[in-house]
Design a binder for this molecule. Sequence first.
Ligand code: 0X9
Ligand code: ZN
Length: 284
Amino acid sequence: MRKLCRETPHCRLFYVGTSYEGRVMHAVKFSQSSSASPKRGIWIDAGIHAREWLAPATAMHLIHTFAVAIRRNDRQLLSMLDDYDWYFMPCINPDGYEYSRNHDRLWRKTRSRHHGNQECIGVDSNRNWDFHWMEIGASFDPCSSIYAGPYAFSEPETRAVRDFLLTYRSTLVAYISFHSYGQFLLHPWGYTSDLPEDHEKLMFVLDNVAAVIQSTTGKQYTRGSSTNVLYEAAGGSDDWAKAVAGIPFSFTFELRDHGLHGFLVPEDEIEESGREISRTSLFE
Ligand code: 0X9
Ligand code: ZN
């Protein structure tokens, strides 16, 4: 990311925080600094769950697509930068990701220790956000893969992203978090089956995203609220982004596939996943 940004106009790498194990966490921002007033911002993150490798890969593909288009002076992209600032953070759980790479492919959580040297470590960062925390679909058991943590925002990684979002909340219009798998485009809420009052607007956007994906690769993505399409789970980043940070368009995208390979989606699907997702933001 550092190299790519150095070689690309309108790109800036910035520090978001440091993980439990001391990894520096970066995001990139694409913006056209020339114009005066602060622009509306779009935030995209990925990899909150360690084993969902396709998510960071797709986010990196998206960053690459932006960079290449800027270097080519692509008009369409530059006009997107006239309207929005774009923030990408492709790996918001770097400790878990490394652990999944090197030790346990199906690791989901962070790698923090809250209970001394006992065996069970790590917290599900998508149960750790302070909105209806621990109310439903989350566990108090440190050994559970959906352990919500000893308290909300117990993880340095969720705190770092929270602080960024709070700093930029007045300009941010969209929060999007990439996960895998299942091909779902989800809007809040995850803590209740009630729908947010603007759910028709959210569904309008998701229907358009699904249409672009289908016209790009033919893949079908199911749309709806997290609870109604998947299951109830409180303490997720998307619910918090909408309810607490006040970012109106808050989504979770569950990328490929439908379960044939699941988390182990093969490398040669990265390119297509990147293409179908980047077209939704770039050119439509
Ligand atoms: O359970 C999750 O955190 C997400 N699914 S996954 O299979 N990638 O783990 C869905 C999160 C949906 N949003 C909320 N429940 N807030
Ligand atoms: Zn996930």
